[in-house]
Design a protein around this ligand. Structure first.
Ligand SMILES: [Zn+2]
Length: 249
């Protein structure tokens, strides 16, 4: 039966949530109605997303970026109060999965991004399985790979050129994982792809000869939550819908 308890338990096991050390609680973050007919997926549990989910008659929302992050102000005031009030007034459950959703080898953000970008997955970057190493089908220049990514993600990536070499072996990690460039450089890949960029990412890329591609935090993390939502909806016979609230970052 599609109850919030059953669905949350199923995802908990599917994503092996207990195996992760994370910066926010994974799973049911805000409890709503018991029986589910429809889930609405999105990248981040923002006010605009909740408003859209209410319009779509969601019983639960399923997101990658939920709430209650480590070190954030725990008080329910201001922006947080507005969001929580809206959600609770409509009795909607909030399910959020962060690192476990990045890492899942099939439904995860990294696996799904590889599918979208036609990258063959070969290995994981860290002990939790977050980030991957892999290979493009054929050699591409940085400009060619950048154009291909722009076409597939609908957003122009920022390219940091680190030499004349063509790209075949790549590493990637969705979202704000530009810090993993050191690991990617040590592994000797031709290029590293993530969502965001910091000032020093440019230096690390140039001085290690690893091309860097900042393809967008939001743009790279739209796919895991869709794959997970579709999988869960099929399993429990739920209606589902993905709502994309545009975010250029
Ligand atoms: Zn993220």
């Amino acid at each position: 039966m599609a109850t919030i308890k059953n669905v949350a338990q199923y995802i908990h096991e599917l994503l092996d949530v207990d195996a992760f050390k994370d910066y926010a609680p994974n799973g049911l973050q805000v409890q709503g109605k018991e029986k589910l007919k429809k889930i609405v997926m999105g990248v981040s549990a923002t006010q605009a997303f909740i408003e859209a989910a209410i319009e779509k008659e969601a019983d639960a929302i399923l997101v990658h970026h939920g709430w209650f992050w480590d070190k954030e102000d725990p008080r329910i005031i201001g922006m947080k109060h507005k969001r929580l009030k809206l959600l609770m007034e409509h009795d909607i459950n909030l399910l959020a999965y962060h690192l476990p959703l990045d890492a899942h080898p099939e439904l995860g953000n990294n696996a799904q991004l590889a599918k979208v970008l036609d990258i063959h997955m070969e290995d994981v970057m860290d002990g939790q399985g977050v980030g991957n190493y892999g290979r493009l089908e054929e050699y591409m220049s940085l400009e060619e790979l950048g154009q291909s990514i722009e076409k597939k993600l609908g957003r122009k990536p920022m390219l940091i050129n680190a030499g004349d070499h063509a790209i075949r072996r790549v590493a990637w990690c969705t979202g704000g994982a530009q810090g993993y460039i050191d690991k990617a450089a040590k592994a000797g890949v031709d290029a590293y792809i993530s969502g965001e960029i910091s000032e020093h990412t440019t230096h690390t890329a140039r001085e290690n000869g690893v091309h860097y591609i900042a393809a967008g935090h939001h743009a790279t993390e739209r796919y895991g939550v869709q794959a997970l939502g579709e999988h869960v909806a099929a399993k429990f016979g739920l209606l589902y819908e993905f709502v994309d609230i545009d975010n250029p970052a």
